[in-house]
Design a protein around this ligand. Structure first.
Ligand code: GLU
Length: 441
């Protein structure tokens, strides 16, 4: 069965870049009728926070990206210890004692000599006595996986055929000196034991993939199909990594971005298909093809989300927003009219509150000097509220009769006096919502 996973580390809020990864994995599983796992990569007890785990779940739920299974790496430490034992038994795991400063120095020397900064495997030459002495002096060492120095090749679902020379990569550290299991090992054990068939992640993981393939093979697992999507950049191609913090999903939600807008954009951005607004994940999944994504960095402009969000709102039935509108104080029997009138005149649902304020508290009237007398005369004829659907028609007919004004000269000053704006929704619809008229003077 097709099985995919989204594996965030709960060390921060997830952002648009993470969403791209989550969505691609979700859509692959969905399209194949397979299973989508939410895996919390929380082997780092210091940086992982429960608050982030909760927010990750809320973000995914908000988007409708339901997971079939939830896994937490912190609950699987015994599995990783078992895998580490197997690697040790095979002679593919060795303990090292270099300090970060020593490693840094080695790297600098290599770079100075024009060589790639690959770990020199000095620890392989340590005798048992050497290690015991170092352990006594420095505490437990960190453990590296011994790569086989050959080419590691795979057919990448996005990047095509890839090959990395293992000799150009340092033996990866899988367990730290303090015993903490690192992501590379935990991820491989999970992918293997959970039957993950497809792994899509950012292209910053390409080198990890090479080493992970060797670890999977050493542990006797089946290598999943890997695909690496390009990283997002800003609209001018500038790196986004520093700004991603401000592109957290929960912030976008707060700014009024609609989930359908976000999903429609992220499911197509960077692919050969145009971005089209889709109102459900089923529809988004239908046209989704991983192979249509390119390797070039993908430009992302947060401003593209707002026109799409406005279109989502225009297609949103009143039932989906009723509770929210009533919470603003709109009387139940006015909710439908309120939504019909406002939805074509808002960018995000956050704008609804301002509209209701305008209706309930009355707008600051805008009255041109030459209309002052006319507006005063008209206001004197405006019936007491509450207004209904017929108010505008009846009232303006009477004003026309009395003043002789017609067309734009009649309607525009009255619209501006009542709403403070020169355009907006149909005034026949506006009147039943209007609770206060400040222009009465
Ligand atoms: N926790 C890893 C990350 O957030 C997961 C990478 C992967 O998908 O394997 O980068």
């Amino acid at each position: 069965m097709t099985t995919t996973r989204f594996a965030p580390s709960p060390t921060g809020y997830i952002h648009v870049g993470n969403l791209r990864t989550a969505l691609m994995n979700y859509l692959i599983a969905k399209k194949a009728g397979g299973s989508f796992i939410l895996r919390i990569d929380d082997t780092d007890p210091e940086r992982s926070k429960e608050e982030y785990v909760d927010q990750i779940k809320r973000d995914l739920e908000w988007l409708g990206l339901h997971w079939d299974r939830l896994e937490r790496q912190s609950e699987r430490l015994d599995r990783y210890a078992a895998a580490a034992d197997s690697l040790r038994d095979m002679g593919r795991f060795y303990e090292c004692f270099e300090t970060p400063t020593e490693l840094d120095l080695k790297r600098k020397k290599q770079l100075n000599m024009g060589r790639p900064p690959v770990y020199d495997r000095a620890a392989l030459a340590l005798s048992d006595e050497d290690k015991a002495a170092l352990r006594a002096e420095r505490g437990d060492g960190h453990w590296r996986f011994k790569l086989n120095h050959q080419r590691i090749e795979w057919e990448d679902g996005i990047l095509g055929p890839l090959s990395i020379d293992a000799a150009s990569v340092s033996d990866p550290v899988l367990i730290r000196g303090d015993g903490q299991v690192l992501y590379t090992l935990a991820s491989v054990v999970d992918d293997t034991e959970m039957g993950v068939t497809h792994v899509v992640r950012g292209s910053d993981h390409v080198t990890n993939t090479a080493t992970q393939i060797q670890i999977i093979e050493a542990l006797g697992g089946t290598v999943p199909q890997f695909a690496h999507h390009s990283l997002l950049t800003g609209p001018q191609g500038e790196g986004l990594s520093k700004r991603l913090g401000s592109l957290a999903l929960r912030d976008l939600r707060e700014q009024g971005v609609e989930p359908e807008a976000l999903l429609s954009l992220m499911a197509r951005l960077g692919s050969s298909q145009p971005v089209e607004l889709r109102m459900s994940l089923d529809e988004i999944a239908e046209g989704f093809e991983l192979s249509q994504f390119g390797s070039a960095p993908t430009k992302f402009d947060v401003n593209d989300l707002f026109p799409l969000s406005a279109r989502v709102l225009q297609a949103t039935p009143v039932e989906d927003v009723r509770a929210e509108i009533e919470a603003l104080g709109v009387p139940a029997d006015r909710v439908e009219t309120f939504w019909r009138v406002t939805r074509a005149n808002i960018n995000t649902r956050n704008d609804l509150a301002a509209w209701w304020r305008m209706f309930s508290e009355g707008a600051e009237p805008v009255i041109e000097e030459e209309d002052r007398e006319f507006v005063a005369e008209a206001m004197a004829m405006l019936p007491e509220g509450p207004f209904d659907e017929t108010t505008w028609g009846t009232w303006t007919a009477q004003v026309k009769e009395k003043t002789g004004r017609k067309g734009k000269a009649l309607f525009m000053p009255l619209r501006k006096a009542l709403t403070g704006q020169s355009h907006g929704p149909d005034m026949g619809d506006v009147m039943p919502l209007l609770q206060t008229v400040r222009a009465r003077g």
